[in-house]
Design a protein around this ligand. Structure first.
Ligand code: TPP
Ligand code: MG
Length: 329
């Protein structure tokens, strides 16, 4: 496994900025939700930022991603406007889905973000359909399906990976293996710890990596995406990670040990690990890092203020966008 891919100072700054943007967004959202300021339901991806950033770094806006209920990081890494995702979570008209989607249904087709999804395992078929369309249209693009370890036990996983394998589709399946599905440890629900071993059943390439090592994520994603673009078929990647927060904001977390959570936060934080590394290698200084954090905080403040100040949709428009143009009513 190559984990020493060379990056320069500009790369390091940009990668840190992206991961920190996701972390700061999630931290802010979590506190707003706890304060009763934010409506809906929120699942934080804090702790899993390296996967979203490392994978989406290899993608253009013509490539597709499908996401999960824990999808803010994927949307941000794919390039969604911060104002628009913040407004979406507030249910405002300026949101990416005009406030109709909220946290679990953020989507922005203009950048190839085909949607977060409240249905666990709901992204598999969408990603494979998108990859089939890419092949049919003979485009050079790829589709990436982000999903959790729990979703890997859904029937849709088998159907989608088998179909993708049979048709050699340009799709990459990225399992964010954070060791829990809702309130259940993976050992109680999943017969293997490495989801990528299942790739053999579908005649596709499987790989397992440390998903909290950003550079390992970049290497692995690059290999898989290059393979898909070259017409060499799908890849299933198991990316080991850990979620810092509960399943959702407000989870009492009785199913995991405080010490384990603390140890992962302190020793396995993808942002801290990356920061220590790039500072040690002389790519960034401590003041560069502080400047990135300050810039990100200012952007989150601005997006938050925009979302709070933005108007709600007009109730008269409640049925708008429910039916497509010309559909029977
Ligand atoms: C079809 C379906 N079944 C059950 C649920 C309830 N549910 C929401 S998240 C979740 C666990 C998902 O675990 P995993 O795929 O590992 O994702 P993670 O939350 O760890 O990111 C479950 C069972 C759901 N939303 N949809
Ligand atoms: Mg999980």
């Amino acid at each position: 496994m190559m984990t020493t891919r060379p990056i320069d100072g500009d790369d390091a700054r940009d990668l840190l900025r992206q991961m920190q943007t996701i972390r700061a967004f999630e931290t802010r959202i979590e506190s707003l939700f706890k304060d009763g300021e934010l409506p809906g339901f929120v699942h934080s991806c804090a702790g899993q930022e390296a996967i979203a950033v490392g994978v989406c770094r290899q993608l253009t806006s013509a490539d597709y991603i499908t996401s999960t209920h824990r999808g803010h990081g994927h949307a941000i890494a794919k390039g969604i406007a911060l104002d628009a995702i913040f407004a979406e979570l507030y249910g405002k008209e300026a949101g990416t889905c005009h406030g109709r989607g909220g946290s679990m249904h953020v989507a922005d087709f203009s950048i190839g973000m085909l949607g977060a999804n409240g249905i666990v395992g709901g992204g598999f078929g969408i990603a494979v359909g998108a990859a089939f369309a890419i092949g049919y249209q003979q485009r050079p693009d790829v589709a990436v399906c982000f999903f959790g370890d729990g979703a890997a036990n859904k029937g849709t996983f088998h159907e989608a990976l088998n179909f993708a394998g049979v048709h050699d589709l340009p799709v990459v399946f990225v399992c964010e293996n954070n060791r829990y599905a809702q309130f259940t440890d993976a050992s109680a629900t999943t017969a293997v710890t490495d989801i990528s071993v299942r790739a053999a059943s579908y005649g596709i390439v499987g790989e397992s990596i440390d998903g909290n090592d950003l550079l390992a994520v970049i290497d692995s994603a690059e290999r898989a995406i290059d393979r898909a673009r070259a017409g060499d078929g799908p890849t299933l990647i198991n990316m080991a990670t850990y979620r810092h927060s509960g399943h959702y904001v407000g989870d009492a977390e009785e199913y995991r040990k405080r010490g384990d959570v603390q140890a992962n936060r302190e020793q396995n934080d993808p942002i801290a690990r990356f920061t220590v590394r790039v500072v040690a290698e002389g790519l960034l200084t401590d003041s560069d890092v502080a400047a990135v954090h300050a810039t990100v905080d200012a952007q989150i403040d601005a997006a938050h203020a925009f979302a709070v100040g933005a108007p709600f949709p007009d109730p008269a428009d409640a049925m708008r966008d429910v039916f497509t143009e010309g559909a029977a009513r």
